[in-house]
Every structure is written in C-alpha cells, then in structure tokens.
Design a protein around this ligand. Structure first.
Ligand SMILES: NC(=O)c1ccc[n+]([C@@H]2O[C@H](COP(=O)([O-])OP(=O)(O)OC[C@H]3O[C@@H](n4cnc5c(N)ncnc54)[C@H](OP(=O)(O)O)[C@@H]3O)[C@@H](O)[C@H]2O)c1
Length: 382
C-alpha cells in the first residue's frame, strides 16, 4: 500500500489520476513576522485535549503574544502545561481569574463552565473564542469557520464572544463551501466516524483501558461512552433528542445551516469509532444544478483548507490515522451518486483536535488581529 505523508509530499495533479496539488501555504505564523502588536491571551481548559492543542497551535503559528495564561479547574491549579518547545506554564484556577486587561481568551472548559465564565470575560473587555456548544446557536454570537463565513466575525461585538462550531460540522462545511458556491446544495446526507478524542482526554483513556482489558479477556464497564468502545462502533454521540436524533446529529444540521445556508437540508448519523484522533465522514450531496465529478474536483482543488487526495486505487485515499497533526480537510473517494438527479458522494477526513477545534479557533484569532479587531498592545511579543 502506498504511504501517504501529506505534510511533506506535494501532490501532483494530472486530470486522469486526479491527485491534486495546492499552492503551498505561507510558512506558519509568517503573517505576524515583525508585527508591532502583541496580545495578552488566556487559554481556559488548558489541561484538556483541545486546550493543549490550542497552546501548541498558538506557539507553532507564532501568534503575537505578550503574555499567556493557562486556566483550568481548581483541581489542576498549580500543575504545568507546555507552551511551545521551551516554555512551561503554571495552570491557574479559572474561577479566580480576572480577565480585566486581557485581550483574548480561547475557551474549551465544557459548555456549563463556558456559560459562567465566557460572558464574565466578555464583560471585562476580553474577546472570547469558545469551543463548547454553549453559544453556537445564540443569535447574538457569530458561529465561524474562517474558510466559509469570515464575514460573520464582525458581529462578535454584541457579546464579545465568537463560537467555534462542532468538530464534525467544521470539516464538512469546509468541503461543502466551494461546492455550494458553484452548484447550490439542496440536501446533505452524512454518516460520521468520530474518534474518541472528540470526547476529550477521558474518552482517549477509556479506549486505551478497554482495549488493554480485551487482551486479558476482561471488561471495563463503560463510563465515558454508552457501550464498550474497544473493537466496537457506537451510533450515539451526545444525548437523545425528542425526534430520535442525537444532539450531535442535531448540531450538524443547525450549525451547517447557520454557517453555510439555512436552506440546506441535512440529515446526519453520528457514530463513535475506536480511533484516537481524526474524524471521517461519508458525505452524500444533492445539488440544484448538474455537477460532474471533474467539476467538483476543480472546485475543491482551489478551495482554502481543502486537499483532494483521490487516486481510485488501493489505498488512494486519506484515513484518520494519516491526518493526525495536519491542518487540512482531506477529500477522497469523489464519485457520482446516481440515485438522485444531481448527486455526488465523497469521503472527508480531518484532525478533530486541530481543524475541528484548536486551529479553527486560532485562525479566528488571526483574523481578528489581521483586521485590527483586538485592542492593540504596545508590548512586543514575549
Ligand atoms: N475534543 C474535540 O475534538 C472537541 C472539538 C470541538 C469542541 N470540543 C469542545 O471543547 C470542550 C473541551 O473538550 P476537550 O476535548 O478538551 O475536553 P477535556 O479533554 O475533558 O478537557 C476539559 C478541560 O476543561 C477543564 N475544566 C473542566 N471543568 C472545569 C471547571 N469547572 N473550571 C475550569 N476548567 C474546567 C479541564 O480542566 P481540569 O484538568 O482541571 O479538569 C480541562 O482543561 C468541550 O466542550 C467539547 O465539546 C471538543
């Protein structure tokens, strides 16, 4: 089987083999080189799966920071987390943290905690980018994927809060956006294959523990997931709604409509799979206009944040294991869906902790800086 190493190999495009190249992105963080402004940034949920990835992403992309605070619950106050290769931060208690004078806060402490502390930070003049589900459907809070609806960011001033969408929604709308612009989407049917890191560090621990006990013919009663996640798949993510859908499935519907177009009909089946990092989705799309496979590839080829890798041969597609630590949304297995008038099916994969959470949040922060929307600080980056 061919080994895929997306970060280092540039793909070559030829119309028959349908392997796409993209113009190389600028070096990470290069847009801030020489920047005179730097900002006081707090990360709430800094000890969690998303919070650690946020700290890593801020450092990797050289976000202009004069001071950084790592915040979590009182349980982990005083512990340490890494910031970049050579800095260690001592975790502070979010409950006691005063956001006055802080420019930006990236939140991922869970919805109930964000509900209390994000408005408190916003009221203190600190702009919050929140990864939880708490504010996503609030009409006064923009829900943003920078490749899709960056224009919505400007609405943050009403509450000083910007919401990051659900991880499975983000990767899907990044792939749908260029197709919707050209061919107008009517309906989306999506089945997800979501990794355990979507349930945080405890979800990852449970997969590891339950996998180990299988080998000694034992069982761990499930705690994070509803059934044993080892060597299994579970068709439930989040709680059940009245209509029989789960809340994760509902989120994919309403968030796609808020971000991309309220006129698009969406039905989702969200499934947890025993993979540590990386969500996959089988997406079936019905368009208003005729669309050929070649036209769809051409639209996706130039779309920001998308890499098409679609070789139509053994292993000629991207899997979750190959997208870990990567920024892109990978699209493979593009083919016609002949069961509807203008139909297309594809496979889409992305790192849920990165583009599905941390990277998307940091890209929003970069947009705020690039458009001079954060209060300027005179200090140079630390
Ligand atoms: N994982 C993903 O792929 C993903 C993607 C998009 C959005 N999200 C959302 O992001 C949030 C966090 O997810 P995660 O995967 O990072 O979870 P996680 O690994 O369980 O981390 C949770 C974080 O929240 C902190 N926290 C918990 N209770 C707190 C409290 N009372 N006060 C202050 N901090 C508290 C924890 O600190 P302690 O260590 O002190 O407990 C930890 O830092 C969730 O709302 C999730 O839905 C996750």
């Amino acid at each position: 089987m061919k080994k895929v190493t997306p970060k280092t190999d540039r793909f070559t495009w030829d119309a028959d083999s349908v392997v796409w190249d993209k113009t190389p992105e600028p070096a990470p963080g290069s847009q801030f080189a020489g920047s005179e402004c730097s900002f006081r940034v707090a990360v709430a949920g800094a000890t969690g799966a998303v919070g650690r990835e946020i700290l890593k992403t801020l450092a990797e992309r050289n976000f202009p920071i004069s001071e950084v605070a790592a915040l979590a619950s009182g349980r982990s106050a005083g512990s340490q987390v890494s910031f970049g290769d050579d800095r260690v931060l001592t975790v502070k208690n979010l409950d006691k943290f005063d956001f006055t004078g802080w420019d930006l806060a990236l939140f991922s402490p869970g919805a109930a905690v964000s509900a209390i502390h994000a408005p408190r930070a916003g009221a203190a003049g600190c702009v919050v980018i929140d990864n939880t589900s708490q504010f996503r459907m609030d009409p006064e809070v923009p829900l943003v994927v920078p490749e899709v609806n960056p224009q919505a960011i400007a609405q943050f001033t009403r509450r000083n809060i910007i919401a990051n969408p659900n991880c499975s929604t983000i990767q899907m709308v990044v792939a749908l956006k260029p197709l919707h612009d050209k061919f107008r989407i009517k309906r989306v049917v999506v089945a997800t294959y979501q990794s355990v890191s979507g349930a945080g560090k405890e979800g990852m621990d449970e997969l590891l523990a339950n996998t180990k006990v299988h080998y000694v013919h034992d069982k761990n009663p499930p705690q994070v997931f509803q059934k044993d996640i080892a060597f299994n798949v579970i068709p439930q993510i989040d709680v059940f709604m009245e209509d029989g859908a789960t809340k994760e499935e509902w989120k994919m519907v309403v968030e796609t409509q808020k971000i991309l177009d309220p006129g698009i009909a969406v039905i989702a089946t969200c499934v947890r799979v025993p993979v540590f990092i990386g969500h996959a989705e089988a997406v079936h799309v019905e368009f208003e206009r005729p669309v050929s496979v070649g036209e769809a590839r051409a639209a996706l080829r130039h779309a920001p944040g998308v890499i098409v890798y679609d070789q139509r041969e053994d292993g000629g597609y991207i899997t979750p294991a190959e997208c870990q630590g990567e920024d892109a949304v990978y699209v493979s297995r593009i083919r016609r869906d002949a069961t509807v008038p203008h139909g297309l099916a594809f496979w889409c994969v992305s790192d849920n902790l990165r583009k599905g959470a941390a990277l998307n949040a940091v890209q929003i922060a970069e947009y705020l800086v690039a458009h001079d929307m954060l209060r300027k600080k005179t200090e140079k980056a630390a």
